[in-house]
Design a protein around this ligand. Sequence first.
Ligand code: UTP
Length: 466
Amino acid sequence: MREPVMDNNATSSPPPQSLLERLKDYGQEDAFALWDELSPEERELLVKDIESIDLPRIDRITRCSFRSQGLPAAAIEPVPESSVSTDGKLGVLLLSGGQGTRLGSSDPKGCFNIGLPSGKSLFQLQAERILCLQRLASQSVNEGSTSFKPINWYIMTSPFTDEPTRKFFESHKYFGLEPNQVTFFQQGTIPCVSKDGRFIMETPYRVAKSPDGNGGVYSALKYSSLLEDMSMRGIKFLDCYGVDNALVRVADPTFLGYFIDKGVSAAAKVVRKAYPQEKVGVFVRRGKDGPLSVVEYSELDPSLASAINQQTGRLRFCWSNVCLHMFTLDFLNQVANGLEKDSIYHLAEKKIPSVHGQTVGYKLEQFIFDAFPYAPSTALFEVLREEEFAPVKNANGSNFDTPDSARLLVLRLHARWVVAAGGFLTHSVPLYATGVEVSPLCSYAGENLEATCRGRTFHAPCEISY
Ligand code: UTP
């Protein structure tokens, strides 16, 4: 317990009456509980902090989210194989506001070096894939097909990742991209609440807050006016993806081609669930012919998770969400309003640092896939896990989705590309534990490697670059 401040003026001045009344209206007056112990400067900070919170909005969100927790979910239906395309042609907004607590690095996840021979960070791998696509596109322009424009890369950060992310890009000279094609913007934060819905105080003069989930992207886009910026730049479709996938095909032209072909408002790439208990959300239909949505692994009944489709012999609920989405700009212009009106956030029970030590409470989050039920038309696009999904979620030493497992997935895939292009590999460690890395500057998805690889022998592990 802090000693009360012995400044006469300070102890005698009560919290601003009107603000206190407003807090009372929403049952949050406890935020001023430690007022008498605060110095004048701390009181000023607390008043500013409370004033910065949109109390009616947060009240609506907490009420709706708590209420929706107890509701029985609509019966879920699997998504039949026939409605998922495995063909089509493939086609940027990076979700990079997460705190990456499981990985345990103090830097933003994108700065992480997963131990590839090149030592490249996740941000660099993604930037170089964009550079590669630009080169391919400019070549096709030279061949006279279309006009070439640089790909605009929008990077969503949060107050926890914003400054280190910008600094990382600056110190690496934007990895060769033009600085004006990279736009950083911040997602919002939302107060953490106790189990009875009250604000948790991180310090006596600051409410504990956390990023509002990767679905915060919709309101962040709306409030930052970036959708207008995109529109002015002629953007019509947006490829949105998570930072923590070492194999992510950024701005995948095949995905874009499929998306345009289907004429839908929202689409997701999916991979088949590897095993029933895999910790991934799966796409389902909410009711017969209902909208597509995602059920998190923690919410899927174990008997449904392992249920088999008798016709195919495969898992009934098998379309794993891997955070690779495509949206039309028109849809993004509308969806933030619907999500805001319904105000339903997911309640993630977490230990939250507070004035009383670690307090069990809720972080309120929206997820990027929460937008799917609002989309007039949707599609799923199956991709191969070993080609496009190398998640980096947990620290090395965990059983799955670690930097080590992601590195191996990259090395194995690239080794197959090299062999397919006529190259040979030697290795002094078993090949299953190593491979080669192909610089994204050489090849986006295994193409154009013959000139570099045919008839050449590479000693794994190594990086193949120009
Ligand atoms: P995760 O759900 O894996 O969360 O994010 P995380 O914050 O990275 O990691 P943990 O759970 O604390 O260990 C999936 C993707 O969504 C982004 C992440 O940066 C990652 O690309 N994300 C997550 C946001 O952009 N904002 C958020 O508020 C949460």
